[in-house]
Design a protein around this ligand. Structure first.
Ligand code: PEP
Ligand code: MG
Length: 594
C-alpha cells in the first residue's frame, strides 16, 4: 500500500484504550511525532569538499546548541528553572567533543557526507544503549533520538519543529517522549500526551501529572494510521484516546469537561477549610512534587504542605548527581516557598526504574531487586552524607522531614540513623545552622517493611506508605512495564492488608503515617485509607480538592466500618465494588466523585 494511502486511514470514530497516566480531558489535533524517522542517504565526497562538509557539521551542532539554549531561556521565563534545566542534558550531549570528533573523523576518513557520518555514529551509540537495562541510559536514548532529528534538520537547512512551536491545541502521540520533550510541553499548545511506552508510575506519567496535562500511556496502536492530524479527544481519567469523535461524543465530553471544571471551581470553595470528617477526624492533605515549579499550584489548591519531594528528579535537571551546594539551593528554595507548612524530602530513590549513571554501577540482571534507593545511599556514603547535609542545612529555613526510600529491614534504618546523627554532629562542630529536631522517617513500600512495621516504627519518627512500589513488590508486577500494566492493581486485597499492617504498626507506636503512592490521590481509595487510620494523604496536587471534598462529607466511624469490611474482601473486584457502592450511595444527589 502506498504511504499516502496509509495516512489518516481512520475515518470513523475510533476509541483506542491505554492506561491513564495523568487525569484530565482535552481535545485538539492529533499530532504523530515522527521526528525520529528522518531517512539519511550516503553521499561520497571528493577530497576538496571535505573541509566544507566538516564546517557544515560543526555549524549544525552549534545551531542546535543555540536553539536549545534559547528554548531553555524561554522556558525559564514561562515555568521556572528546574523544568528548563532538563534541557541541559541535551546541550551536554551536543557538546560532547569526543563524539563530535569521532563524527569529523568519519567524514574525513570515509569521505562521506555529514548526515551519513553523524547518523552512523548516533546509531552505534544508540545500539549499545539499547542493550543496557539501565533506565538512566534508556532516558538518554530518547534524548539522543531527539537531538538526532534536530541536527539532521539543521544539516538540511530546514527548521526543526519543537513541541513549543506547535501553533494549535494539539495532542502529541509518540512511541515515547524524553523528559526534555515533556518539559517543552509546559505552557505550550500541547494539551495531551499519548505514548506507547510507559506505565502508571513512569517518568512520563509523573511529569505529565506535575504539569497538569492529561496523558494516556501504553497505547498499543500503530500510530502511523493516525497521521494526517485527525481531531481527537484524550480522556486521561479512563485512559482513552478517541479519534474522529462524532458530534455525540464531542457533546458528551464537552458536558463532562464543563461539569468537571464547574465541580473543580466548587471544590475550591473549601480550599482553606481543614480536611476533617463530619465527626471531626482530621487528616492532613499534602502534595507530592517532583519539580519546584509545582509548589505554587499545590498552594493554590490548598495543600497543607509537601508530603513527598522526589529529590531524584534533580537527576534530570543536573544530568547526574548534584553536589551538596546544588542540592542545598534547591531544598532551601522548596522550604522557603512552602514555609510555614512542612515538607518531607525523600533521599535519592535511584536505580530500578529510576535513572542512574552507569559509572556508578555494574550490570544487574534484575535491577528492581538490586542496588537501588537506600542500598545505593548506604554504599556511596559520601553522596548520602552530602545529601543529608544539604537537607539539614535547609531545615534551618522551615519545617523539614527527611525520608528514606525502599527500606526493607531495621538494620538499614539503624545504619542510616547513625550516619544521620554523625552528619548532625559534623554540622554542629562546623557551626552550620540546622534544626536538630528534623524528623527522620521512612517509606513503607517493600512488603517486609509493612510486615515488620510494629518493630521498625520504634526507630523512626514517621512512616509514609508508597503504594506504587508496595504493589509492584507484592504482586511481582513491574510498575513501568506496559505489557503487564493490567496486573498492576493497588486495590488487590494483599496490598490493602499490608497497607493496613503498616498503618497499625505506626499507630501502635504513636507515630504519624501518611500514604504517598498514587492511591492517595484516587478518590476510590479515600474512605478506605482514612478508615484504616492514615493521618495524612500525599498526592499529586490536582487531586487534592476532590479528596478533601470526600473527607469533609463522610463520618470517620463509617470510614472505619468500610475499612474493616474491605479487609475481608477476597478479590480486587469485591473490594472496589464495596468502595464504589459506598461512594455512589453516599454522594447520591451531589456529583459522585468517581
Ligand atoms: C511509591 O512507591 O508509592 C512512591 C510514592 O514512591 P515512587 O513512586 O517515587 O517510587
Ligand atoms: Mg517508591
Amino acid at each position: 500500500m502506498a504511504k499516502n494511502n496509509q495516512i489518516n486511514t481512520v475515518k470513523d470514530e475510533l476509541i483506542i484504550n491505554g492506561i491513564s497516566g495523568s487525569p484530565g480531558i482535552s481535545s485538539g489535533k492529533l499530532l504523530v511525532i515522527k521526528w525520529h524517522k528522518i531517512p539519511v542517504k550516503k553521499e561520497n565526497l571528493h577530497a576538496a569538499e571535505i573541509d566544507t562538509e566538516v564546517r557544515r557539521f560543526r555549524d549544525a551542532i552549534t545551531d542546535a546548541i543555540t536553539e536549545i539554549t534559547r528554548l531553555k531561556r524561554d522556558m525559564i521565563k514561562r515555568i521556572g528553572s528546574d523544568v528548563a534545566d532538563i534541557l541541559e542534558v541535551q546541550i551536554m550531549i551536543l557538546s560532547d567533543e569526543e563524539m563530535n570528533r569521532r563524527i569529523v573523523s568519519r567524514i574525513r576518513e570515509e569521505k562521506v557526507n555529514a548526515e551519513f557520518a553523524y547518523d552512523n555514529e548516533i546509531r552505534t551509540v544508540t545500539e549499545s544503549l539499547k542493550k543496557s537495562t539501565n533506565e538512566y541510559f534508556r532516558q538518554r536514548l530518547f534524548d539522543i533520538n531527539g537531538i538526532r532529528a534536530k541536527v539532521l534538520t539543521n544539516l538540511r537547512g530546514l527548521r526543526h519543529q519543537t513541541l513549543v512551536s506547535i501553533k494549535e491545541p494539539s495532542i502529541v502521540a509518540a512511541k515515547a517522549l524524553s523528559a526534555g520533550e515533556i518539559a517543552q510541553i509546559a505552557g505550550s499548545n500541547v494539551v495531551g500526551i499519548v505514548t506507547r511506552e510507559g506505565g502508571v508510575t513512569s517518568h512520563t506519567a509523573l511529569l505529565a501529572k506535575s504539569l497538569n496535562i492529561p496523558a494516556v500511556l501504553g497505547i498499543e496502536d500503530d500510530f502511523e494510521r493516525l497521521e494526517g492530524e485527525p481531531h481527537a479527544i484524550i480522556d486521561g481519567y479512563q485512559g482513552k484516546l478517541i479519534i474522529n469523535p462524532t458530534e455525540d461524543t464531542i457533546e458528551r465530553y464537552n458536558e463532562r469537561y464543563l461539569n468537571y471544571a464547574r465541580e473543580q471551581e466548587q471544590l475550591l470553595v473549601a480550599r482553606d477549610e481543614p480536611a476533617a470528617t463530619l465527626d471531626g477526624h482530621r487528616v492532613n492533605l499534602l502534595a507530592n512534587i517532583e519539580l519546584v515549579s509545582e509548589i505554587d499550584m499545590a498552594l493554590s489548591v490548598g495543600a497543607e504542605g509537601i508530603g513527598l519531594y522526589r529529590s531524584e528528579f534533580m537527576y534530570f535537571t543536573h544530568g547526574g548527581l548534584p553536589s551538596e551546594e546544588q542540592q542545598f539551593k534547591v531544598y532551601r528554595k522548596i522550604v522557603e516557598k512552602i514555609s510555614p507548612r512542612p515538607v518531607t524530602i525523600r533521599t535519592f530513590d535511584l536505580g530500578g526504574d529510576k535513572f542512574i549513571e552507569d559509572s556508578l554501577r555494574t550490570f544487574e540482571v534484575n535491577p528492581f531487586l538490586g542496588w537501588r534507593a537506600i542500598r545505593i545511599s548506604l554504599t556511596l556514603r559520601d553522596y548520602f552524607k552530602s545529601q543529608l547535609r544539604a537537607i539539614l542545612r535547609a531545615s534551618a529555613y522551615g519545617d523539614v522531614s527527611i525520608m528514606l526510600p525502599m527500606i526493607c529491614n531495621i538494620d538499614e534504618v539503624c545504619e542510616s540513623k547513625e550516619i544521620f546523627e554523625q552528619v548532625k554532629k559534623e554540622l554542629k562542630d562546623e557551626g552550620i545552622a540546622f534544626n536538630p529536631e528534623t524528623r527522620f522517617g521512612i517509606m513503607i513500600e517493600i512488603p517486609s517493611a509493612a510486615i515488620n512495621a510494629i518493630s521498625i516504627a520504634k526507630y523512626v519518627d514517621f512512616f509514609s506508605i508508597g503504594t506504587n512500589d508496595l504493589t509492584q513488590y507484592t504482586l511481582a508486577v513491574d510498575r513501568g512495564n506496559e505489557i503487564v500494566s493490567k496486573l498492576f492493581e493497588s486495590f488487590d486485597p494483599a496490598v490493602i492488608k499490608l497497607t493496613a499492617m503498616a498503618i497499625k504498626g505506626a499507630r501502635d507506636a504513636g507515630i504519624p503515617v501518611s500514604v504517598c503512592g498514587e492511591m492517595a490521590g484516587d478518590p476510590l481509595a479515600t474512605v478506605l485509607l482514612v478508615g484504616l487510620g492514615a493521618s495524612a494523604l500525599s498526592a499529586p496536587y490536582s487531586t487534592l480538592p476532590q479528596i478533601k471534598n470526600i473527607i469533609r462529607n463522610i463520618f470517620y466511624r463509617d470510614a472505619q466500618d468500610i475499612a474493616k469490611k474491605a479487609l475481608d474482601a477476597e478479590s480486587t473486584g469485591q473490594l472496589k465494588n464495596l468502595l464504589a457502592n459506598y461512594l455512589t450511595e453516599h454522594f447520591e444527589g451531589s456529583s459522585c466523585p468517581i
